[in-house]
Design a protein around this ligand. Structure first.
Ligand code: ADP
Ligand code: F6P
Length: 325
């Protein structure tokens, strides 16, 4: 018989992402409206180990749906990687009467969630990362906001790049994934997008050739979007300037991509995922991750989800090449 869930915990782990607060609010409000007690855990697994746990009432999540970051703070915790740490985390949940826990984070955080589940705590993951690098889902909390932030920043770089007739190499985040770069490449009309999933040695020469041929037909400035996983944008800018004779600047957009008010989509999807996570706990489910696939919210077994592989959207990638000719 499924364990009866009376008290749930919620934590955020790994890199923060805009929309995490909307998910926290949804977990708290959906939990309370279903008669559950909800406990917040600060600073992810590290805070769990330190028993930084507090009761969350409905007013504890007022005025946060629109805020970036995470009111629960976040961290990376090495101790959670060890069997002792994992057992200790589960024991602390039991000590605080936490029957089920919602973990908002990326793949790494889900591995921790998997271990909590193995140690007897019902666990549901919600994909929260700007990188969109979680294979089982087409949506992750924060990706939409991060893309919009990066897109606006690139528009601004384009203004100055065009005024000075320069080439700009603009680096976006994504860790080892190129999803943000690809979406910015399209939305900013870049001449070239470099992504780790399709990176080839010959790319740099192709960029140089393209810039020179575009100059010949009258183009006065050039935008190259580079995913951080491809490599050093500053060094690349120096090489491109040397090879083309065109003044080239590198801009690394950096952590502003992780902040700011979440977009409407991030607020709505994060809310839906938070409420669904609570429903799954109420159904007695564990070791599941909430996902969005083919237009619907759904859930997957965490083991299955972690074994999936994610690729870039080839259709979009081919299209960038077609549209930037
Ligand atoms: P993300 O969740 O964004 O992928 P990380 O990979 O940094 O971020 O993971 C966040 C945290 O999840 C780690 O600091 C650690 O506490 C926990 N974690 C990551 N990998 C594992 C693992 N293999 N086993 C247990 N816990 C893990
Ligand atoms: O995973 C989110 C992310 O912002 C990545 O895009 C980036 O590589 C990494 O986190 C940066 O991590 P930190 O904030 O620890 O520098």
């Amino acid at each position: 018989m499924a364990k009866e869930i009376k008290t749930i915990g919620v934590l955020t782990s790994g890199g923060d992402a805009p929309g995490m607060n909307a998910a926290i609010r949804a977990v708290v409000r959906a939990g309370i409206s279903s008669g559950l007690k909800v406990k917040g855990i600060r600073r992810g697994y590290a805070g769990l180990m330190e028993e930084d746990i507090f009761d969350m009432g409905t007013m504890s999540v007022t005025d946060i749906v629109q805020r970036g970051g995470t009111i629960l703070f976040t961290s990376r915790c090495r101790r959670m990687m060890t069997p002792e740490g994992q057992k200790m985390a589960a024991d602390i949940c039991r000590k605080h009467g936490i029957d089920g826990i919602v973990v908002i984070g990326g793949d790494g955080s889900f591995r921790g969630a998997q271990k909590l589940s193995e140690n007897g705590i019902n666990t549901i993951g919600i994909p929260g990362t700007i990188d969109l690098d979680i294979a089982c889902t087409e949506y992750t909390i924060g990706f939409d906001t991060a893309c919009n932030t990066a897109m606006e920043a690139i528009d601004k770089v384009r203004d100055t790049s065009a005024s000075h007739e320069r080439c700009s190499i603009i680096e976006v985040m994504g860790r080892t994934a190129g999803h943000i770069a690809l979406w910015c490449g399209i939305s900013n009309g870049s001449e070239y997008v470099l992504i780790p999933e399709r990176h080839e040695e010959s790319d740099e020469q192709a960029i140089i050739d393209k810039i020179l041929s575009k100059r010949r037909i009258g183009k006065k400035h050039h935008i190259v979007v580079n995913a951080e996983g491809v490599g050093d944008s500053y060094a690349m800018a120096e090489r491109i300037e040397k090879a083309t004779g065109i003044e080239t600047r590198a801009t690394v957009i950096g952590h502003i991509q992780r902040g700011g008010n979440p977009t409407c989509r991030d607020r709505v999807y994060a809310s839906a995922m938070g409420a669904l996570a609570v429903d799954l706990l109420l159904e007695g489910k564990t070791n599941r991750v909430v996902a969005h696939k083919n237009g619907d919210f759904c859930d997957y077994d965490i083991d299955e989800a972690l074994a999936m592989e994610k690729d870039i959207n080839q259709h979009l990638y081919s299209m960038t090449k077609r549209l930037s000719r």
